[in-house]
Design a binder for this molecule. Structure first.
Ligand code: F6R
Length: 606
């Protein structure tokens, strides 16, 4: 939700800012802006994609070595040029970019109008920050930022430059991500690692309530009481290429195709005769004390959590609750020291997930997280973290991160089952052996791309699509439906197949497209009956079934086969054909697949 970037150093700032913003555009793309400083403050902002801003700037015209940049996902105020960041004060000497929400901005606005006659030009919450800092400014930018922050409530990663102190950027964070990149004679700031990969691998994570003064030759980290903080630098292992499209037309397609590779990577690193849960940080002995697992996440990560529930209950026989983070926070969940709380998050910065984790911590649960972005807030605040190691995911629609989260749940559940003696070593070993086949299985699915594209080309004009399944197939249907709606903009709905006749079947008419997952043997006959219920009302049914299933051919109009494997493991790959389907429908409709409208990759507001 909004991307921030900053540069100070020996080189020109503008190209670095524009390049950094292009890597952060997945966080928001309603408008973009930059501010540069030397003797004067120069600000340029534009409504629309970063490209619009770039087209309005000739980089050769700008020699400044200090600047900040922002790409916006609008929360307060429409996506207009005036509401775009950076925001500035009435003297045009202080410029501010912000990711987050200032909750008491109306109060501050009223107060500044009264005490200082401040003239506000935008509808945003962020603008008050610039005016507040300006109000307190008395020749010391850092001091003014401290005083301003003291008045602010909410979540923020704020970066400030000042015409009268053009040798520094001052930044501060609370509940919104902020990292500092350390270079040689130059330093950087950003919301996320991909913005910095081209320039440095050395990163400093800024924690909540910390302030940073970033100069050309050094970075000073301070706590809320202005005391210096020492922190070790983190070395990023992702390479620059991993944040490029590498010949694919879209990041989303590249990331779908990366899934065999991410599976191989995870399996090779996490299986060494036994399952190695590096990062778990919870003694296996403690597993026996847990009487409940609580999984909390949002969106696609929530769907991975549902599969997590299925596998933990199936293999380790521990009851599991799964909750949507924005709901969990406002319930009074039964959590205590015998609960294992698992937060699932690709970005590790989703605010609702992070706040849920903090709630669970207060209730004394042990906190484990399944996270992709190394060093992110969710990871840092957990007792243990199982990284998914999927590499940067840039496409807004989550694909490879989802399947890697699901794989981590399998590995965790199997290890938990083995340690608590709920599974025999023989059974455990045979499942591990089969897991090694999954990268190849996924490649087999990806080879059906042409067939799936043809199908997408014949279906992209639909008004609505229904997804259905039973048991763990239902969880796959949920994820397939979310993927489909978010990038196709076609109304889609996922339903437990057995629920159809309790209402939803009223919506089925001639040619309604229904995608049915039918991979679970125990529920197979029931599923075929549900398929017949909709075909007899005219629906066009496409089935996801196991290779070798011939009965399904008799009831469905089309079948997409996934390789024949242990049905308990199939959720690891069942969604992949539907990722491709969603992708090709989105392309056929001319949508911006990587940056679907109204969305942002990292949701750092409530
Ligand atoms: C959908 C999607 C979102 C995210 C959700 C949680 O494709 O990407 O639903 O899964 O916003 O994000 P993370 O996993 O970063 O917490």
């Amino acid at each position: 939700m909004c991307g921030v970037v900053g540069y100070i150093g020996k080189n020109k700032a503008l190209p670095v800012l524009l390049d950094g913003l292009s890597k952060l555009e997945y966080r928001g793309y309603d408008s973009a802006g930059i501010a540069l400083v030397n003797d004067e403050l120069f600000i340029k902002k534009k409504k629309g994609r970063l490209e619009v801003l770039k087209n309005d700037l000739n980089v050769d015209d700008f020699e400044q070595n200090i600047g900040i940049g922002h790409t916006r996902w609008a929360t307060h105020g429409a996506p207009t040029e005036i509401n775009a960041h950076p925001h500035f004060d009435n003297k045009n000497s202080i410029a501010v970019i912000h990711n987050g929400i200032i909750e008491n901005y109306i109060k501050i606005k009223e107060w500044l109008t009264e005490v200082d006659g401040t003239n506000f030009v935008s509808e945003t919450d962020t603008e008050v920050i610039a005016h507040l800092i300006s109000y307190f400014y008395d020749g010391d930018l850092l001091d003014a930022v401290y005083k301003a922050v003291d008045r602010m409530e909410g979540a923020y990663a704020i970066s400030v430059i000042c015409k009268d102190e053009p040798d520094k950027i001052v930044a501060v964070r609370k509940d919104s991500p902020l990292i500092i990149g350390i270079g040689d004679g130059e330093n950087f700031l950003a919301s996320d690692i991909p913005a910095l990969l081209k320039y440095t691998k050395k990163v400093l994570f800024v924690e909540n309530d910390e302030f940073v003064v970033i100069k050309k030759d050094g970075v000073t980290l301070l706590d809320e009481f202005k005391q210096k903080v020492e922190r070790e630098l983190f070395t990023v292992t992702w390479d620059e290429k991993s944040a490029e499209k590498e010949g694919f037309p879209h990041f989303t397609l590249k990331e779908i195709h990366e899934q065999p590779k991410t599976f191989r990577e995870i399996l090779n690193r996490r299986i060494k005769d036994d399952i190695v849960l590096e990062g778990l940080n919870i003694p296996y002995e403690k597993f026996k004390q847990f009487n409940k697992v609580y999984i909390v996440a949002c969106g696609t990560a929530y769907h991975a959590g549902l599969v997590g529930k299925y596998v933990i209950e199936k293999f380790a026989s521990i009851p599991v609750e799964v909750d949507i983070a924005s709901e969990f926070r406002y319930r009074n969940p039964f959590i205590d020291e015998k609960t294992l709380f698992i937060a699932v998050s690709q970005s590790g910065e989703t605010l609702d997930t992070l706040q849920s984790l903090r709630e669970a911590k207060k209730k004394k649960a042990t906190i484990l997280s399944v996270v992709n972005v190394v060093g992110s807030s969710v990871a840092r605040e957990s007792d243990g973290v199982l990284y998914t190691w999927a590499g940067p995911e840039i496409g807004v629609a989550s694909t490879k991160a989802y399947t890697s989260q699901v794989l981590i749940f399998y590995l965790f559940a199997l290890k938990l089952a083995l340690e608590t003696k709920k599974i025999t070593k023989e059974n455990f070993d045979s499942i591990l052996k089969e897991l090694y086949n999954y990268p190849d299985y996924i490649e087999t699915i990806l080879k059906q791309s042409t067939k799936i594209q043809e199908f997408a080309d014949s279906q992209f004009n639909n008004d609505s699509v229904f997804f259905m399944g039973r048991g763990v197939d239902l969880y796959c249907a949920y994820e397939a439906s979310l993927k489909f709606k978010e990038i196709s903009y076609i109304n889609s709905f996922a339903i437990a197949a057995g629920e159809l006749k309790h209402g939803t079947i009223a919506l089925i008419e001639k040619d309604t497209l229904v995608i049915a997952f039918a991979t679970q043997k125990r529920l197979y006959d029931k599923m075929l009956s549900n398929i017949k219920e909709v075909t007899s009302r005219g629906a066009y049914v496409v089935c996801i079934a196991k290779e070798g299933d011939t009965d399904v051919l008799k009831v469905a109009d089309e079948v997409i086969f996934v390789p024949d494997s242990d049905e308990d493991l199939l959720p690891l790959m069942n969604v992949i054909p539907m990722q491709l389907f969603a992708y090709y429908v989105s392309v056929a409709r001319g949508n911006d697949v990587d940056k679907p409208r109204n969305l942002a990759k990292s949701v750092t507001v409530e």
